[in-house]
Design a protein around this ligand. Structure first.
Ligand code: ACO
Length: 378
């Protein structure tokens, strides 16, 4: 009996393709959560590692469990010495490339060096541990890749630090400022997971074949590297730099919209309210005394008014990427690394989804409708 086919809309918009207990996005309510815990509240109250524990283990840790988990994953940040020369070589191959291009090579090499093999038929705990190792290596790989590309020696991780502090330290080689650490940490918590976005789905599709988790991470990073997925914070920051001062906001925004351009950091496929991540990141930005914050708030007001006037039927509000660019910039992250830093936090979500997919797997293999030349000959 042939399996009946169902036509899904382009882009699979609104199609439920799996069940998950990891998190949910409710676009009409302006709400999203991780395992039932509102993500903005977690960002305000919890360390990144605590939320990682929530996704990996299934619940928020006690203080003692949290300390133990933080030490455990902190120790996993160190890379094997014989892998480092390979990583240095891969980091600089190809010249001037987007960060996710070289970072995905470093992740692939790390997975290969660790001997990761297809998960199918193997012990679930061992597979989950591989996921933890891959995620733990991410900040070190970002630091090594970026410093190598800039002619600097890489810096060792410090397992005593949290991910946010250690990432900043491994980039800059100085003790990070506590305001920057907490700001970055909240950004990282806010961006761990967000429904069945393209990179998460890519990770699950790869995992459904039984392939090793390194392949799933690389697939997810490839998806994230697409301009329609992970690239907007840089463009939002560039827009603010181009506007330069509050009095230029109105003519700049109007001119851009008149030319049919899209304002980066506004609009969302799922949210019809303000993006809850943007609410938190705006208040994070306001903790810094830097003129770019006042400029961003001014430009946001002008942009929202212009979008409302031009699209009265379609709520177009500020999305996560607008203030993400500002916050990452204020934390001292070079703009070319914004997507790589996004991958550091989102890898926690990818890993949880890969482990979940492996725990109740069915090969993801949809159908297509042939619209080419009709059958030729017999
Ligand atoms: N600036 C100007 N106009 C916009 C914007 C924007 N940022 N977003 C949507 N519109 C307009 C469209 O031109 C369209 O107008 P029309 O009906 O006259 O043709 C209308 O609003 C509806 O747009 P859609 O494309 O249907 O909206 P969709 O939900 O598909 O797009 C998207 C969502 C891709 C995020 C869009 O809002 C956009 O391009 N924003 C700018 C890029 C951006 O900020 N991306 C980051 C998104 S958040 C994330 O990915 C984590």
């Amino acid at each position: 009996m042939p399996v009946p086919t169902i036509d899904a809309p382009p882009g699979l918009e609104g199609v439920v393709v799996a069940e998950t207990a990891i998190g949910d996005v409710r676009g009409d309510e302006g709400f999203y959560h991780y395992r039932g815990h509102p993500a903005p509240r977690l960002a305000e109250s919890r360390a990144f590692e605590d939320v990682w524990h929530l996704l990996h283990v299934g619940d928020l840790p006690t203080r003692a469990e949290g300390d133990g988990f933080r030490r455990h994953v902190g120790s996993m940040r160190r890379l094997p010495a014989d892998l480092v020369p390979l990583l240095r070589a891969a980091a600089v191959a190809g010249g001037d490339l987007p960060a996710l291009v070289w970072l995905r090579s470093l992740v692939s090499l790390t997975a290969q060096h660790a001997g990761l093999t297809p998960w199918l038929g193997r012990d679930a705990e061992a597979v989950a541990d591989e996921a933890l190792h891959l995620v733990a290596a991410m900040p070190t790989l970002v630091g090594l890749g970026w410093r190598t590309r800039n002619g600097l020696a890489e810096l060792d991780p410090d397992p005593g630090r949290g991910v946010a502090a250690d990432l900043l330290a491994m980039l800059h080689g100085t003790e990070p400022h506590p305001i920057a650490v907490r700001a970055l940490e909240r950004y990282l918590v806010l961006t761990i997971d967000h429904g069945f976005n393209a990179s998460t789905l890519a990770a699950r599709v790869l995992t459904s074949t039984g392939a090793d988790l390194g392949s799933g991470m690389v697939a997810a990073m490839g998806a994230l590297s697409g301009p329609l997925h992970g690239g907007a914070p840089v463009h939002a920051l560039r827009m603010l730099e181009a506007i330069g001062s509050p009095e230029r906001a109105w003519p700049w925004i109007e001119g851009s919209l008149d030319r049919g351009e899209r304002l980066m950091g506004f609009g969302h496929r799922v949210y019809r309210t303000e993006d809850p991540r943007s609410v938190v990141l705006r208040s994070v930005a306001e903790e810094f005394t830097d003129p770019i914050v006042a400029l961003a708030i001014e430009v946001e007001g002008v942009a929202l008014a212009a979008l409302q006037r031009r699209h009265p039927q379609r709520p177009l509000r500020t999305n996560v990427e607008y203030y993400a660019g500002v916050v990452l910039h204020l934390c001292g992250i070079p703009s070319e690394l914004f997507p790589a830093v996004f991958a550091v936090s989102r890898s926690v979500g990818w890993a949880a989804h890969m482990v979940e997919q492996a725990s109740a797997n069915r090969l993801i293999r949809p159908a297509s409708r042939y619209v080419g030349t009709p059958r030729v000959g017999t």
